[in-house]
Design a protein around this ligand. Structure first.
Ligand code: IMP
Ligand code: MG
Length: 194
């Protein structure tokens, strides 16, 4: 079966059915609400400056900000890792930096997943140079066992041990970002979909 950028709705549906659901839309909604409550409590009395990492963080961020009961400001940054999404290179490039001033602000980086941790460690250091009051990280998924950088998300939705995850913003070769659930692709699935 081919997965390409011209997927028809039917083909997309068929692939959707064949993939293993890791977390349902309801489970995600519940987890995001829980994270929103924790963040609202932790930042009580402050404004939260959200930096969403594109592209993967877009869906999680848009759900999360609606669950934070505090004043929120939002900016975006785009990082790049070359080659296969499976083995991102350690040289992280900031393709598009934030545009707002964050000095003195409480910054929360929101991304889809922390894997080796190299991208978010580099980006966190970069933001810290701009003089914020604090910089923390919230990811939907934490692949803690694959961590290479000395960094952990301050908040995470789900921790997984293996597999490649797609849906809810996460892609495989730019496909599946729009799926409302989280799916896991095993090595065979990925071979079939390429
Ligand atoms: P890092 O290894 O923590 O630097 O993660 C770099 C990037 O790799 C993440 O932001 C994702 O874009 C991508 N990535 C890592 N694991 C997965 C996965 O399971 N599914 C989709 N993208 C992933
Ligand atoms: Mg990403």
């Amino acid at each position: 079966m081919q997965a390409n950028t011209t997927l028809t709705p039917l083909l997309r549906y068929v692939i959707h059915q064949a993939m293993k659901v890791l977390y349902t839309a309801d489970e995600i909604t519940e987890k995001v609400a829980e994270l929103g409550d924790r963040i609202s409590l932790a930042y009580q009395g402050n404004e939260v400056f959200i930096v969403c990492i594109l592209k993967g963080g877009f869906m999680f961020m848009s759900d999360l900000v609606r669950r934070i009961n505090l004043p929120v400001k939002i900016d975006f940054a785009r990082l790049s890792s070359y080659g296969n999404a499976d083995s991102p290179m350690r040289d992280v490039m900031i393709v598009d930096d934030i545009h707002e001033v964050i000095s003195g602000k409480h910054v929360l980086i929101v991304d889809d997943i922390m894997d080796t941790g190299h991208s978010l460690l580099a980006f966190k250091k970069h933001l810290e140079e701009k003089g914020p009051a604090s910089v923390k990280i919230c990811t939907m998924i934490d692949k803690a066992q694959r961590r290479e950088a000395s960094l952990s998300p301050d908040y995470y939705g789900f921790r997984i041990t293996k597999g490649f995850v797609v849906g809810y913003g996460l892609d495989f070769a730019e496909n599946y970002r729009a799926l409302p659930q989280l799916y896991v692709l095993d090595a065979e699935d990925r071979r079939n979909l390429l």
